[in-house]
Design a protein around this ligand. Structure first.
Ligand code: ANZ
Ligand code: ZN
Length: 858
């Protein structure tokens, strides 16, 4: 009997066994439609008449899960291990794209798996809602950033829910919520009190389009990363955070972290720790007393001190000298002015230029007099802003020396003996053996470094020193859509923090929030907001009008997830203890430096203030790749290669999209979207559905092959999910289904296990099969991960007869080619055989693989 509609030949396949059963029941109970069996029949009948309708099923389960509170995590401690699975803090740009799906739906599978592994897992979500893009979009669309942002949050919440992720929405936070930024401000004040937040006049990157300061990290190839405008250098007073205070710790802390090596390397390079020495050179300045002035250089190569043929100082340092009365030449003055108008990076990349300072310096190691130059390749903000130049052993110095005809003197020879000839223009910058270096000649570089520093220290003209490339974090922005800096400027008291009980300092609602041309923040226009009283002396005072960089907001969001509604403190210490540090943080490699460094700094600072129990916020970190358009290019509207997840969800369902994202590439690599590929996984899911529903109605019994298929899959999938090898998880599911199909309908136990294995990646279909087709009460997502039995994994097992001293004592199921140790171990595990083996010693074993095992005992 087939209840098929000819238009869809697949329909006939669903639940035929159940259908048959139900019909039988009805036939045996004519006239009694009220029995449970007939109700069941009608339900099954409805089901078979429809194919798996992902739209209905996905919506149904998303609602049920929310009603049942399946993913709201309690803060009560139990025996389980607690784990926060954290993903990037999404920016409410207005539309969920494939990148979001990649970033959230696969870590969701990991979170689900960890839950099934018996851990208490929280998978939080929120919105990083302040920032320039919102403001720029609002200006473009002639709306207010708040309206624009709130609308986007609403849309994206709906889209995120369509993913079927196990987010704990009860913990959602949004950084524009005054309850959130109140604590951002509170922390800022603690940093300010500790001297970690300070004001300084610095050269900053200024984007003339955005009319704001940019962090170094926000400048790409000399242009604003947002709008490609060439960035200018301006000297402005800014609020800074002293990231450099923890430079050493930020390098050392990396050691203990389970992070990708590439990310650690990126951070090490960014922080740029260099061990070396400072060396003081006294100066001979025309018109001034000899040795009255001196300059200190930073070098990582004190072993090359005898090869130093000139000193070079940065234009910044030259400017300082000019400012305090150095009578530099006209040439010097115009050179300095010109060089200072260029960006650091540009100065580094261009051909080096310089100008003679008309000054000489005295090398403290041998009293030699050498010229001083001003050179643009010397950076003002690194080391001491001055270098001892050794052209023979440094590329940049060599280029400069050749250009300006400065002598070159080789003082290091490669240990192999075959020295590069420095005079011929080759630079040897490795370690080696010292030559032409008086008492230090013949020493190796490392030893010479130490001895030379010792000598300099003894004479008081040098010292050991470690330097970092890391700059302090320029925090303030002259823009509207950010967290206000909670300080008040008083003419007599200076900057005074807003008292804690008056926080948050709310962002005023401005109609005209556009940036001003004078570089002042738009907040300055709200006179009523600006004017206030000094909390210290009570005299009239003004509020700080700059807002904070949005990297501040995302520096501590994971902390707020532990206790999102707390009005007494930023998070209860017990709750932090419960969930933090973050056990698994999954995100993109573009965050290797900025966000991951800022939040590590933030955590260090909070920890140093005694406000948290952890110094490192993220114990484990995994990076994911990027999904490219089908053409292999970055997805972008202008290229027309954007794949819209909403459309795919409508057509194939969220489970298919999730499964395909998992399948298409190794997660840490990503790759181009293949529009045809998604059909393959979609067909696979349909087949999975058909197999389970068909078998669920019958009285399938398990073949060895079926049992083996699910046990093998349990092992493989478990191993791969634990390390986020999602693509091989999908292949393992496919292999399992093939094997099961070949074996025919399996038992409910085997089917249930198969569905459990599907659950992390295809949560909706798995739930539908689990509860509806297999009739389980409790959600599949609350089930423990099944255990597998190694013995059941063996293919083509044989019954191997076991003899003890020649007498048959039993048989074990084992692979025909199993090695002797394994066969013996299995024999020992066999109850009937084991009792002959206790308290005796084995004299000899005769083993013929696949045939028999004879254990001779004494
Ligand atoms: C002498 C020397 C000889 C150097 C030699 C190198 C090779 P890292 O490792 O990146 O820290 N340096 C110091 N301050 C500088 C500045 N403000 N701008 C540009 N260059 C600067 O590099 C340290 C080396 O970079 C220092 O060691 C110095 O050059 C240069 F055979 O001193 B060296
Ligand atoms: Zn005051």
């Amino acid at each position: 009997m087939r209840y098929s509609s000819s238009s869809d030949k697949e329909r006939s396949c669903y639940y035929p066994h159940r259908l048959r059963q139900g019909c039988a029941t009805i036939l045996s109970n004519p006239g009694n439609v009220e029995t449970l069996e007939t109700q069941a029949f009608l339900r099954y009948f409805d089901l078979i008449m429809s194919v798996y309708d992902h739209a209905i099923a996905e919506k149904k389960w998303q609602e049920r899960w929310e009603q049942e509170g399946l993913y709201s995590t309690s803060n009560i401690s139990d025996d389980r291990e607690h784990l926060m699975v954290l993903t990037e803090f999404p920016y409410p740009s207005g539309n969920l794209h494939m990148g979001h799906w990649y970033a959230f739906s696969l870590p969701d599978a990991y979170a689900r798996f960890m839950r099934m592994q018996g851990k208490q897992v929280v998978y939080p979500i929120g919105f990083d809602a302040f920032g320039l893009p919102a403001e720029n979009a609002a200006i473009k669309h002639r709306t207010h950033p708040r309206a624009w942002t709130e609308q986007n949050i609403e849309t994206m919440t709906g889209q995120l829910k369509s993913m079927g992720a196990s987010f704990d929405w009860s913990r959602a936070v949004s950084t524009i919520d005054p309850d959130y930024y109140r604590w951002t401000q509170w922390m800022f004040i603690r940093f300010f009190e500790k001297g970690l937040a300070y004001r300084a006049k610095t050269m900053v990157n200024w984007c003339p389009t955005d009319k704001t300061v940019l962090a170094n990290e926000q400048v790409v190839d000399g242009k604003c990363e947002r709008d490609d405008t060439p960035v200018e250098q301006r000297e402005i007073e800014q609020w800074m955070l002293k990231t450099t205070a923890y430079a050493s710790e930020l390098v050392q802390g990396l050691e203990g972290l389970d992070w990708p090596e590439a990310t650690k390397t990126a951070q090490r390079n960014w922080i740029g720790r260099s061990e070396g020495a400072e060396v003081d050179f006294s100066l001979r300045v025309p018109g001034q007393e000899d040795g009255k002035h001196s300059v200190t250089v930073f070098t990582t190569r004190p072993d090359t001190l005898f090869g130093c043929t000139f000193l070079a100082i940065s234009p910044e340092l030259a400017k300082k000298w000019l400012d305090v009365g150095w009578n530099g030449s006209e040439q010097v003055r115009s050179y300095v002015q010109d060089a200072l108008s260029r960006r650091e990076l540009e100065r580094m990349e261009r051909e080096k230029t310089g100008v003679s300072a008309g000054i000489t310096a005295v090398n403290p190691i041998n009293g030699e007099e050498i010229p001083v130059w001003i050179a643009d390749y010397v950076l003002g903000a690194y080391g001491t802003g001055a270098i001892m130049a050794v052209p023979a052993h440094d590329e940049r110095d060599m280029g400069f020396a050749q250009k300006y005809g400065i002598p070159v003197r080789q003082v290091i020879e490669p240990s192999s003996g075959q020295g590069a000839s420095a005079v011929a223009g080759d630079v040897y910058d490795g370690p080696g053996i010292l030559i032409d270096s008086e008492a230090y000649t013949s020493l190796v570089s490392d030893e010479a470094k130490q001895k030379i520093i010792d000598a300099l220290e003894r004479d008081g003209v040098g010292r050991r020193r470690t330097t970092f490339r890391l700059h302090d974090w320029v925090l303030s922005r002259q823009r509207y859509w950010g967290c206000p800096i909670p300080l008040i400027k008083c003419a007599s008291c200076g900057f005074v923090p807003v008292p804690d009980e008056q926080l948050p300092v709310r962002l005023p609602e401005l109609d005209d929030f556009r940036p001003a041309d004078d570089g002042r923040s738009p907040l300055a226009r709200d006179e009523a907001w600006v004017h206030t009283d000094c909390p210290q002396c009570g005299k009239p005072a003004e509020r700080e009008t700059d807002t904070m960089d949005t990297f501040v907001d995302s520096s501590w969001y994971f902390i707020r997830y532990t206790d999102p509604k707390n009005a007494e403190c930023f998070a209860d210490p017990e709750r932090m203890q419960h969930w933090l540090p973050v056990g698994m943080y999954v995100g993109g490699a573009e965050h290797n430096t900025m966000h991951l460094l800022y939040s590590r700094f933030w955590a260090r600072a909070l920890h140093a203030l005694g406000l948290t129990h952890f110094a490192e916020p993220f114990t484990s970190r995994r990076n994911h790749g990027i999904i490219l358009g089908p053409d292999g290019q970055k997805m972008s509207k202008s290229r027309g290669n954007v794949i819209d997840p909403d459309e795919l969800v409508r057509e194939y369902g969220a489970d298919t999209v999730r499964l395909y994202l998992a399948f298409m590439a190794p997660y840490e690599q990503g790759g181009p979207w293949d529009p045809k590929g998604i059909n393959g996984v979609h067909r696979f899911l349909k087949r999975f559905w058909r197999y389970v529903t068909e078998a669920a109605g019958g009285d399938g019994s398990d073949t060895e092959g079926a049992v083996r298929a699910v046990h093998a899959a349990t092992k493989d999938i478990g191993q791969d999910l634990a390390v986020m090898k999602f693509n091989t998880v999908v292949s393992a599911l496919m292999i399992m289904l093939n094997d099961l199909e070949q074996e025919g309908p399996a038992s409910r136990a085997v089917l249930s296990r198969a569905v459990q294995l599907l659950a992390p990646l295809a949560p909706h279909m798995a739930e539908e099969l689990w509860r509806e087709a297999l009739g389980h009460e409790e959600s599949v997502h609350l089930q423990p991960w099944p255990v597998y039995d190694e013995k059941k994994l063996v293919r083509d097992a044989v019954d191997l007869p076991i003899q003890v001293n020649g007498k048959l004592r039993g048989a074990i199921r084992i692979a025909p080619d199993a090695i002797e140790e394994i066969a013996l171990e299995r024999a020992r595990e066999h109850e009937g055989i084991a009792r002959y083996l206790v308290g005796v010693s084995i004299a000899k074993v005769i083993y013929i693989p696949g045939r028999m095992l004879n254990i001779l005992i004494v």
